[in-house]
Each structure stands twice: as structure tokens, then as C-alpha cells.
Design a protein. Structure first.
Length: 378
């Protein structure tokens, strides 16, 4: 069985909330690979105008050079100069740089340059067996290995019509939620570092390291590499293992609660991130924001609720959401999602024994065509 090419716009072929976001019920922005032109492309759906989308064109040019994405009118004036920043790690396109137009006190214009590290992973897996391709997919980005691997396996299973034991989907979800805790802690630590909260930074990094050790203890690897391989010998999910994991996560929750109280008690921390880098709801939709950035701007969207697959169909999934759209709102959403993930893991561990390997998950939902998602035809 060879790995199929992912369908353009098919959310099962994408890491959740990393390379695909729905703008609303019948519009979407999709970051995908054009195999014919060998480019990573931000696709414009036919029903969106250029004014709605804001940015058209390619993330990377045909000859591999970074692509500049100008935003609005160029800013000129006395004392205005360009300050180049990067390249830095910035997510799916990996990596990016920014040209800042400033006079020293305020940033007047930001011009992203993306596509410095286009590795062609999607093309590298075409023609390989699914098991071989999985080794490459889960290494696309180590700290998102579980979501990338789960999305890839879901795409393969949907394409081949493979019925998956529901217990396997629960295992994938467990790894993703544990990794979500790590990623949110890592981002909270980076924000705290920018706000000069040295004690909080150290404690956040310590908890992030502990979350990686919990993943290693449960799946045999800090980044859960190999955890989703068929009949993986690395997993430790027996009754005693689950009990120990649950006990440690309850202690972990208390430790995180104490850390978060420390952050909230710091007026310096709050002052430095409140009203900073505000992304309005309109801009979040216009630019295709995802994850905490989207939810902190007042858009209630989470794939686990909008397009649920087991075990999320049977679990209570709290939706973290903010409205201000600033750095504080995004950090608040992340801390709420840490609590949400810990609650989800607790629910999974409590009900784990009721999920048997012989039970197969129901067929995955087929993505509706344009105008046919939850609100019906438009």
C-alpha cells in the first residue's frame, strides 16, 4: 500500500489547525503543495474576492527564493528605515523572516518573507509504503509529530477504506493532547521571556520538560516518534501505566495552577502583553488565522468540535475563547487549553477500559463541498 497524495483542501490530510483553517461554514483558506509547480501555495477559494483574502499568490517562488508578502501601502517618511529580522522558525512554511519598517519607537509596517526552508516532505513520501512514509511525516515538525502522524494516517485510511479500531484513535488522541500541553507551555514560556518574567520562564520550561518526559514514559519517545506504528512495542498503556499517568497529571495540573497564579499576580507581565499585538476578528478571518490566535480574536472554531472523530465524539471538549485579540488574550486561551487537554486526558483514562481493540470506528465523515458544510447550501 503506497501513501496517496493528499487531496487539496482535505482536512484529514493536514495536521489539525496547522495548515488548514475554515473561515466560516462555507469558506476556507488552504495551505497546500502544488505538485505540478512544486510550490507551497495559499489557495484562494473561488467565492472569495481578492479584497476578502488580502494576500494572493505563492508562499514560495518557483526558483526557491523566499516570497515577499507586502501588507498595505509602503510606509515612507523622515527617519523611517527597514530593520530585517530573521529567518526564524514560524510554523508550516518554515522558516520566515520579517522586514520591519520603523522609525525606532513604533513598527509602521511588517513585510513577511516566507519559504526559506521548503523541504518537499510531501513529495518525498509519494510512492512509499504508508509505514515508511509515516517515519518522515512524524518528523516534519517534532513538537507536532502526533498531529501530523494522526492526520496522515487518517488520510491513508480514508483513501484505502481501512477500518480502524476505535482504541487506536483514542491512542492517537491521547498523544496529541499531551503534546498540546507541551506546545502551549512552550509558547507561554516564550511570551513570559519577552515580558522579562525570568522565574516564570524557568518554571514554565520545567513543566514543559516534564510533559515531554510523560510522553516518553507513555509512548517510548519524547516526541512520540514511532508511537502510531502498527502494534508499536513502545507504548505503555496498561492499567498500572494509565493509573500512574493519571496521578502525575493531577499533580501536574496543580503545579500549573500555581504557576499561572504567579503570572497573574505580576502586574509587569500583564501590562506588557495586554493590548499588545492585537489581531482583530476581521483580520483573523481575513488572513486565515488558526488555533489560539483565531479563538483569542473571538472566533469559536475548533476542529475537535466542528469535525469530531473518536474519541472527541464521546468526550466533553471545553472551548477556550477570548475576544480582545491581544497577546494577553492568546496566552489566556493557551492556559485554558492546557486545562482542557488535561481534562480530556482524564476523561480518556477513566473510560479507557471500555474501549476494546475489536471495536472499529465508524466511517470518517466525507468533507462537504463548497456551500454544503454545516449551514447547508449557500
Amino acid at each position: 500500500m503506497s501513501a496517496p497524495r493528499p487531496e487539496v483542501g482535505n482536512p484529514l490530510a493536514r495536521a489539525r489547525e496547522r495548515s488548514l483553517t475554515y473561515v466560516d461554514a462555507d469558506r476556507s483558506l488552504v495551505l497546500w503543495t502544488d505538485y505540478a509547480r512544486k510550490e507551497t501555495v495559499l489557495e484562494r477559494p473561488a467565492r472569495l474576492s481578492a479584497e476578502d483574502l488580502g494576500v494572493l499568490g505563492h508562499w514560495q517562488t518557483a526558483d526557491g527564493r523566499p516570497h515577499r508578502v507586502p501588507v498595505g501601502e509602503s510606509v515612507e517618511g523622515y527617519g523611517v528605515f527597514t530593520f530585517p529580522y530573521g529567518p526564524v522558525t514560524m510554523g508550516v512554511p518554515e522558516s520566515g523572516a520579517f522586514d520591519l519598517r520603523t522609525y525606532g519607537e513604533r513598527v509602521l509596517e511588517l513585510i513577511p518573507e516566507v519559504g526559506y526552508k521548503h523541504r518537499g516532505v510531501a513529495m518525498a513520501v509519494v510512492g512509499r509504503s504508508a509505514a515508511d512514509a509515516l517515519l518522515r511525516v512524524e518528523r516534519l515538525a517534532g513538537n507536532f509529530s502526533a498531529s501530523h502522524a494522526a492526520a496522515f494516517l487518517g488520510a491513508v485510511e480514508a483513501a484505502e477504506g481501512i477500518r480502524v479500531p476505535e482504541s487506536e484513535l483514542w491512542t492517537r488522541a491521547l498523544a496529541q493532547e499531551l503534546q498540546r500541553v507541551y506546545n502551549h507551555l512552550r509558547l507561554i514560556a516564550r511570551v513570559a521571556e519577552a515580558a522579562s518574567q525570568n522565574v516564570g520562564v524557568a518554571q514554565a520550561h520545567a513543566l514543559a520538560e516534564e510533559s515531554l518526559r510523560l510522553i516518553a514514559r507513555t509512548f517510548g519517545h519524547r516526541w512520540a516518534f514511532g508511537a502510531f506504528a502498527s502494534e508499536s512495542p513502545l507504548r505503555r498503556l496498561g492499567p498500572d501505566d494509565r493509573r500512574a499517568l493519571g496521578d502525575r497529571l493531577r499533580e501536574f495540573d496543580r503545579e500549573f495552577g500555581s504557576l499561572w497564579e504567579l503570572f497573574l499576580s505580576s502586574r509587569t507581565f500583564i501590562d506588557r502583553i495586554q493590548s499588545t499585538a492585537t489581531v482583530s476578528r476581521a483580520d483573523a478571518l481575513r488572513w486565515g488565522a488558526v488555533g489560539p490566535t483565531l479563538r483569542a480574536s473571538g472566533v469559536a472554531w475548533d476542529d475537535r468540535l466542528r469535525a469530531p472523530t473518536p474519541p472527541y465524539t464521546d468526550l466533553f471538549v471545553p472551548l477556550a475563547q477570548g475576544r480582545e485579540g491581544d497577546a494577553l488574550a492568546r496566552v489566556m486561551v493557551r492556559q485554558e487549553e492546557i486545562r482542557s487537554s488535561l481534562l480530556l486526558v482524564e476523561q480518556m483514562l477513566d473510560r479507557w477500559s471500555s474501549v476494546h481493540g475489536a471495536e472499529f470506528a465508524p466511517p470518517r465523515p466525507v468533507e462537504a463541498g463548497p456551500g454544503d458544510r454545516s449551514t447547508g447550501s449557500s
